[in-house]
Design a protein around this ligand. Structure first.
Ligand code: FE
Length: 285
């Protein structure tokens, strides 16, 4: 039997400063642990002003997590300590498993005056924290767009919709990552695995995920769903676009400092010691 997920919490992204002085909006992060387990953080760096983001994210390490960059406009140029370099362009996704460690830079750049995207941090369980680093770089043309219902279009980044699978595969958290657009006054529901953490983050328009209370939510609002086997959504007259993200909780202790997330303080201290001593990188991606 289908059990529709209710709304557990509604949050709004808050302005914060990251990297070398990038002004962005954080949907959730350090202070929300462990509510979004296995997800640690979701940053929204859409901005009309180059001065908000050109300073970028110069060389920094990651260990114990995955970072998922999804661009709507502009690009992020990236380069890492192992010699990988490239750019994530509008509509592309970079799913980076830092595992035992990478050191990289990420520099947002405008294209035709526009830049915007999202970065999600996904935790890794103890058994995978020190796995070999790897990238899945997906260009927009490889991301299927599905219309499972009239007035609904979904870019399937990971997981599946109507049997169409997204290109990001073999991720420990078994994630579903969808970019969902509803036309005006459209109702839609979609299955979600029971027991998985599920959230929605609004990109534009107005809608509701709560059939009874009908709270209207809009740009930069975040929904944490409670448990169930599907979610329900309704758009209002402007249409509605949101990210829908779900994954399997890890339920392990989280020790988090900056760009490194481990299980214990000792593992964190070890990681920063190795970074200082130049022994952080274990294997080539
Ligand atoms: Fe990074």
């Amino acid at each position: 039997m289908t059990r529709v997920r209710g709304v557990e919490r509604i949050l709004s992204a808050y302005a914060t400063l990251e990297g070398a002085g990038v002004r962005l909006h954080r949907a959730f992060g350090y202070y929300e642990v462990p509510q979004f387990d296995p997800f640690l953080m979701l940053d929204d760096f859409r901005s009309p002003r180059t001065e908000d983001y050109l300073a970028g994210f110069p060389s920094h390490p990651h260990r114990g997590i995955e970072t998922v960059t999804y661009m709507l406009n502009g690009c992020v140029e990236h380069a890492d300590s192992m010699g990988n370099a490239g750019s994530v362009n509008a509509g592309d996704v970079q799913w980076m498993t830092a595992g035992s460690g990478i050191i990289h830079s990420e520099m947002p750049k405008p294209v035709n005056g526009r830049m915007g995207g999202f970065q999600l941090w996904v935790n890794l369980p103890r058994a995978n924290k020190m796995m070999a680093p790897r990238y899945q770089e997906i260009v927009s043309s490889d991301i299927p767009t599905v219309s499972p219902h009239p007035g609904v279009t979904i870019n399937v980044i990971s997981g599946q919709v109507d049997g169409i699978k997204g290109p990001v595969k073999d991720i420990v958290a078994d994630p579903q990552y969808l970019d969902v657009t509803l036309g005006p006054d459209t109702v839609f529901s979609h299955p979600v695995k029971e027991g998985y953490t599920a959230l929605a983050y609004v990109i534009s328009g107005e809608g509701t995920f709560d059939a009874e209370e009908g709270y209207r939510i809009s740009n930069r609002d975040l929904i944490l769903f409670n448990d169930g086997s599907s979610f329900w959504v309704r758009s209002f007259d402007k249409g509605f676009r949101f990210l829908f993200i779900a994954g399997k909780p890890i339920r392990e202790p989280v020790a988090w400092r900056g760009p490194i997330v481990m299980n214990t303080r000792e593992e964190l201290q070890q990681a920063f010691k190795e970074y200082d001593e130049g022994t952080f990188i274990k294997t080539n991606a």
